[in-house]
Design a protein around this ligand. Structure first.
Ligand SMILES: *Cc1c(COP(=O)(O)O)cnc(C)c1O
Length: 400
């Protein structure tokens, strides 16, 4: 069997320790052993999101469930919500808000860009909003949002702030509590680095108050905080509780993944993602390719969306697979057939992106025989070398 390297923006390559945890015999979900594992995971979730006084939730489902939970518990029919639109998943957020009777105003920019905090501030002057939603890293464009400053202006206007961190969490910087974000959520299979199957959220005391003071019932049974809050509290207090059977093996794997994140250290992990993404983009540019984000500082550390070099480009995803590297096609409806996406999150290291760039160069040569192999690799390796030498003495060359 041909070995493949999965470099899509989730699911990612999981570490062997995480995968082994999936294969341990499934414990009773109210056994002491599992209660400890779940309780500890909830505590680590607060550590990783830097949200010490927040309510953590780990619930079986995908990232879309985390979106659903965030909206259905907080938004009531008639509430106005400003959705800061940076692509595909902002649109999904808007759909969910409308589903529960909320009124959505989309604040848009051109593809590859995102409204700046000043734009958000101006938009919020035009009405009374219950909440603002932001996508931390837009998976369809690889645009990174300035969630710190957008949250600042939204809180000043009295709004709750919901951040979709699915493609950002544990790879892109976030100080949830300090920045004032009310709900930050993700899914296990992206930068957190555990197999798909878990929705992960932390919720601020202020958002919990909004939930407790609702005038209308939550129009969702499985996703209601009312059903899950006592369960999460019980596990944190190391007591048994039951509402719906937890995904025992997924939680075990998550436990290992969260430990690995904490062991590496958040600062080091964010810096690693930034460095690798920077070196990767350096290689991309040297190959004569163009990324989707309009500016370097708006480019995400967890994945990169790249325009095809020419009309034959759509073969790139297939060619890359032939090289043993799985990448993703386009997702944003406006440019869907014009670009592709490469994930570099989780345990991704310098050597991984060198492999990806090397394979990309072979594919570019297939597309255009005049392509000169080596330009991208040289630029990427040069950048990685510079990065490693900068950190030398402090922590050593850990990227290669
Ligand atoms: C992947 C993703 C989602 C949806 O997650 P699923 O697990 O596929 O349901 C939502 N938002 C963003 C930003 C994502 O990248």
């Amino acid at each position: 069997m041909k070995r493949k390297m999965v470099m899509v923006p989730g699911p990612i390559e999981f570490s062997p320790e995480v995968l082994n945890a999936m294969a341990v015999p499934t414990a009773n979900h109210v056994s002491g052993e599992f209660i400890e594992c779940f309780g500890e995971s909830l505590e680590m979730l607060k550590d990783v999101f830097v949200a010490p006084d927040y309510s953590p939730f780990i619930i079986a489902g995908s990232g879309t469930l985390a979106m659903d939970i965030s909206v259905c518990n907080i938004i009531e029919p008639g509430d106005r919500v400003l959705v800061v639109d940076s692509g595909y998943f902002s649109q999904r957020m808007a759909d969910i808000i409308r589903w529960y009777g909320g009124q959505v105003d989309l604040l848009q920019d051109k593809v590859g860009d995102i409204p700046c905090p000043e734009d958000v501030e101006k938009a919020l002057e035009k009405g009374i909003y219950r909440a603002v939603t932001i996508t931390h890293v837009d998976t369809s464009t690889s645009v990174l949002a300035d969630i710190k400053n957008i949250t600042r202006v939204a809180k000043k206007a009295g709004c709750l702030v919901i951040v979709d961190g699915v493609a950002g969490a544990a790879g892109a910087r976030c100080q949830t509590s300090e920045w004032g974000i009310d709900i930050y959520f993700t899914a296990s299979q992206k930068a957190v680095g555990a197999p798909p199957g878990l929705a992960l959220l932390v919720v601020s005391p202020e958002a919990m108050d909004v939930f407790h003071n609702r005038k209308t019932p939550v129009m969702n049974y499985y996703a209601s905080f009312q059903n899950w809050l006592p369960i999460m509290e019980a596990y944190q207090n190391r007591g048994p509780a039951y509402f719906g059977t937890p995904a025992v093996n997924n939680v075990r794997a998550l436990n290992v993944a969260l430990k690995q994140i904490i062991e590496e250290g958040l600062e080091k992990r964010f810096t690693r993602h930034e460095k690798i993404a920077g070196a990767f983009r350096e290689g991309i540019r040297a190959m004569g390719l163009q990324i989707v984000p309009v500016k370097e500082e708006k480019a995400a550390p967890t994945l990169t969306a790249i325009y095809y070099p020419n009309s034959e480009g759509k073969n790139l995803v297939k060619y890359m697979e032939e090289e043993g590297i799985v990448v993703a096609g386009g997702l944003h409806p406006e440019i869907k057939d014009k670009y592709f996406r490469i994930g570099h999150m989780g345990s991704c290291c310098g050597q991984d992106i060198i492999l990806v760039i090397s394979a990309l160069e072979s594919c570019l040569k297939k597309l255009d025989s005049r392509y000169e192999i080596g330009k991208g690799l040289t630029a990427c390796r040069q950048k990685l070398y510079e990065i490693n030498n900068q950190v030398k003495g402090k922590e050593g060359p850990d990227e290669q």
